[in-house]
Write a new protein. Sequence first.
Length: 280
Amino acid sequence: MNSSKVGKTISFLRKHYNMTQHELADKLGVTDKAVSRWENGYGTPDISLLSKLAVALDIDIESLLEGNLTHWEMKWEGLLFLNYPDGITAMDWMYGIRIVEFQLSLFILAGISEITIAGDIEQIESIKKIYGDGQTYGCSIHYVSCQCKIEKNREVLIRSINQDKNVMVISELCLIYGKDITKYFKRIIGDCGSYGKLMNYSKTYSGIMFYGKGNHIEECVIKNTYLERGVIVLQIKDRYDLFDASDLLRIIEKGMGEKVYNLGAIAMRRGMIKCDEIKL
């Protein structure tokens, strides 16, 4: 374990999430002097603290120990296409959360706060009334009117963003749930140099793609990236699938005793908004 690399990573992420040394120390049950020593490379956290530290700094343990900040050094934007099966819209509910809020949450879990939503005017206007420019949730939301059921239209918009930015694209509706989703997203983003298609362990497509900056869609070689076993990917192709997804979320929330995919709560945990600003 390289104490200097670990210390710089702790310092960078603590500041990134607007935490003082004292606040981080409180989360870990140590003194702020201990945090200061780590950040200055004069020691490393005890192995028993690594799991808590990784959660507090929203990083996986491997990246923390490697001093891997690749994800935070790369600029990524999110692009959400309001492309749903007939009879389903962005404002429909999936057990307590709107479909669009669930999808926006996936970007926040990946550490992406600059998001473009593309779709028909009626859906966009409905979303604007509730989520506005995204500042309430610590992100920035832009809107583009686009007939995104047409694949060619989607490609044109992806290409326009992808010329100078890396872009994570959600183009289909799927329920994704599992442990350490954030870790998977960030590792994929850190490793993605061209065109990645996210699949679950059994090769079910998640509706999510990752495009490295400046890659031409027509020339991209698809690199399938797989989530580990235990991560649920449920494709939603009709309202019956939506009912199944709602039932699954209900069971998960009942078992956990807390809501999942609440945009405000996720933004608060990641230091994007303060506790008193949260909108649950």
